[in-house]
Ligand binder design. Structure first.
Ligand code: ADP
Ligand code: MG
Length: 341
């Protein structure tokens, strides 16, 4: 038998690239991570500007808290985060991020320039490519953070090869921005590709207006508000009346504490609320924000946090079903009462 090679720790850059493989799959993942960082920084406005569906460039500009100049290099270190400091906090996460992996991951597989400033202080510029810092220093900037990513996966050809057509990558970005906007109606989010604006939310907190910006005013008008609550969960959002359906299953958006998640059982519970009112193969529009004690949800299951583990999932499903049932029954009793818009 051959002796195995000696055990060694991986160089940081290589470790970052491996981590990047889990977090950054495609341009839409870069958009997700950068916008989530902007949301965590309490931004009021976030502009996403991409070129060639993000294959050429992804830029995210926010007006949030910014990063103090002396902490910028640290932000690019793996597992460096300002969002949690202890295991106790890990189980009470209220921010979108907490793993401290996004920036080093992106920087290890692309060219990234960040310009950031906190109010009342000099800004800082940081340019890194393939994990190597090419330039950094004080720069004038307005408060907030501006990150430009280009040449995504230039040094990981296997990843690059798996990217789809610009059309597909763009539609992934669009879907991602929609979900982020639906989860954060108080933040004005825009998306522009090759100079053409594709989406803009007002950021005034009105969820129905965000729905209108995404699905159109006609759809938004045919959706009714739902509210439900039990000892553990508060749910609110909008669902379509049974006459407004689509063949696809992609129009049900579930948000847990503002975070978009996929959950088969909860989506099923939602649809069960319609009982026999839906035709076979037809699905409603729904956007439902579920608020719960962070202790009841483990978001640390999936690197991109798409899937979460919920305690009391069955109870929540029940609440979803009965809330929707009750709301739709009400609509049948008074068919002429339209929703205010
Ligand atoms: P995480 O979001 O999990 O903390 P990231 O690698 O995405 O990890 O970011 C590292 C840190 O950099 C964050 O914890 C935050 O302090 C800072 N940061 C990143 N992006 C921004 C931003 N747009 N505005 C302010 N701070 C930011
Ligand atoms: Mg982050």
């Amino acid at each position: 038998m051959n002796a195995m090679a000696q055990i060694q720790e991986l160089p940081a850059i290589l470790a970052d690239q491996i981590a990047a493989g889990e977090v950054i799959e495609r341009p839409a993942s870069v958009v997700k991570e950068l916008v989530e960082n902007a949301i965590d920084a309490h931004s009021c406005r976030i502009d996403v500007l991409v070129k060639e569906a993000g294959l050429a460039e992804i830029r995210v500009i926010d007006d949030g808290a910014g990063i103090p100049a002396d902490q910028v290099p640290l932000a690019f270190r793996r597992h460096a985060t300002s969002k949690i400091t202890s295991k106790r906090e890990l189980f009470r996460v209220t921010t979108m991020g907490f793993r401290g992996e996004a920036l080093p991951s992106i920087a290890s597989v692309a060219d990234l320039t960040m310009v950031t400033a906190v109010a009342g202080a000099d800004g800082y510029q940081y340019h890194v490519r393939g994990g190597e810092v090419l330039a950094q220093g004080v720069a004038s900037a307005r408060p907030g953070t501006d990150v430009t990513v280009s040449q995504l996966f230039y040094n990981t050809p296997a990843r690059l090869k798996y990217l789809k057509s610009p059309q597909t990558e763009l539609s992934q970005i669009v879907d991602m921005v929609y979900r982020l906007a639906l989860g954060n109606p108080t933040v004005a989010i825009s998306l522009t590709n090759n100079g053409k604006e594709l989406f803009r939310s007002a950021g005034n907190g009105n969820l129905q207006q965000v729905i209108a910006a995404i699905y159109g005013v006609k759809v938004a008008r045919k959706m009714v508000a739902i509210e439900g609550q039990d000892d553990d969960f508060t749910i609110h959002g909008y669902v379509s009346l049974p006459e407004l359906t689509r063949a696809g299953r992609k129009y049900q958006t579930l948000l847990i504490n503002h975070r978009y998640v996929r959950n088969f059982n909860l989506t099923k519970a939602l649809i069960e609320g319609y009982g026999s009112k839906l035709m076979v193969g037809r699905y409603p529009f729904a956007v439902i924000d579920i608020n719960l004690d962070p202790l009841l949800v483990d978001v640390n299951v999936h690197p991109a946090k798409r899937e979460v583990r919920l305690s009391k999932e069955a109870q929540l499903g029940q609440l979803l079903t009965t809330t929707i049932q009750a709301r739709l029954a009400q609509e049948n009793l008074i068919p002429d009462v339209g929703e205010k818009t």
